[in-house]
Write a protein that binds this ligand. Structure first.
Ligand SMILES: C[S@@+](CC[C@H](N)C(=O)[O-])C[C@H]1O[C@@H](n2cnc3c(N)ncnc32)[C@H](O)[C@@H]1O
Length: 330
């Protein structure tokens, strides 16, 4: 009861209630919140700290930026959502806050789409080299429907496309990427798709800031060819998979398009089924027969593998601490 009273006290203040309402609408930085509220940054930060301590908001860092959002899955998070629902959008203060929030979101979307259009031409060229993406996506939806995971991790989420198509099929989904610009695009896309159970975070596929055995399904779609250590990516993904969980890798079959290396930073010109199966087995995963989607000139392959129930014994030389990067996220 003491805790609940502390939560209620935390929210029983006009600025803090406004902050809760705003953070229910997406992930916002202190400077965005400061802009909306028209109050000084130290003051806003102090209110945010109190709301985080009360368990109403979550705080996460992405490089030098700190984001705030409504606590996701907890009784206090549920209470926060009820409070937000009880606040009328027609209230003059809330209405003005939401209007300012809309302007900030439009500004963000413009920046993200400028980045995306700068890169879109080259992506379009690569896409034209392989099978229609809708075919790949339909196959992935089928795999996820059969596996029926509760949660999903998308490694190298980029613009968040995998989250868009797969998050509606799970309770919650997380995308990680090392590029802030990509994450900005992904956030806008998730927002447009109205996906409230999909989050994105800055992170490195070689050192995921996530606990062991914390996801039922992991997707690595068109990312592995950038990796200089693809086996290490698979080992790291396997660590984060729950026993019985499924890893889905999507990339190209071996090919000879050198320009992808020279002009598009691909380190690997595709992967042979045998090597992927070997990496999976070494990481404690049981590989299933891969699926080949033939295109001209590139063939897309979907490799799936299931995490064994009993973990493999890890050699001393492979052990390393799991780095938690700048708090809870990288
Ligand atoms: C071609 S995009 C694929 C994006 C997405 N999976 C899709 O298919 O739409 C590759 C993504 O991998 C990300 N990436 C590359 N190296 C990474 C790393 N070490 N850790 C996390 N993400 C990485 C890039 O930033 C980029 O967004």
């Amino acid at each position: 009861m003491e805790h609940l009273l502390a939560v209620l006290r935390a929210v029983a203040e006009p600025t803090r209630l406004r902050l809760v309402v705003l953070c229910a609408r997406g992930e916002l930085t202190v400077s965005e919140l400061t802009q909306i509220l028209g109050q000084s940054q130290p003051r806003v930060s102090r209110h945010l700290k109190l709301l985080c301590e009360a368990g109403l908001l979550d705080r996460f860092r992405e490089g030098s930026w700190v984001f705030y959002r409504l606590r996701q899955s907890s009784p206090i998070g549920a209470l926060a959502r009820q409070l937000v629902a009880a606040c009328s959008d027609a209230d003059p203060t809330i209405a003005l806050d939401l209007q300012r929030l809309g302007a900030i979101k439009r500004q963000r979307a413009d920046v993200a789409s400028a980045y995306f259009s700068e890169n879109a031409a080259q992506w379009h060229r690569i896409r034209s080299l392989y099978v229609d993406e809708r075919e790949v996506e339909a196959a992935l939806v089928e795999i996820i429907a059969a596996a029926d995971p509760r949660d999903l991790l998308d490694i190298g989420t980029g613009t968040g496309r995998m989250l868009e198509i797969l998050a509606p099929r799970v309770e919650h989904a997380l995308g990680i990427d090392q590029s802030r610009e990509m994450l900005a695009v992904a956030r806008v896309n998730l927002e447009h798709a109205g996906l409230e159970n999909g989050l994105v975070r800055l992170g490195d596929m070689y050192q995921l800031a996530l606990p062991d055995a914390s996801f039922d399904a992991i997707v690595v779609h068109q990312v592995l060819h950038y990796a200089d250590r693809p086996a290490a990516v698979i080992t790291e993904a396997a660590r984060v998979l729950r026993p019985g969980g499924i890893l889905i890798l999507v990339d190209f079959a071996p090919h000879a398009l050198e320009f992808l290396r020279d002009e598009h930073a691909h380190r690997r010109l595709g992967f042979a089924d045998g090597e992927v199966a070997e990496w999976c087995a070494a990481a404690g995963l049981d590989p299933a027969p891969p699926r080949h989607l033939r295109g001209d000139p590139l063939t897309v392959v979907i490799w799936t593998a299931q995490r064994r129930a009993s973990p493999r014994v890890v050699e001393e030389s492979e052990k390393r601490p799991v780095a938690l990067l700048e708090g809870e996220v990288h």
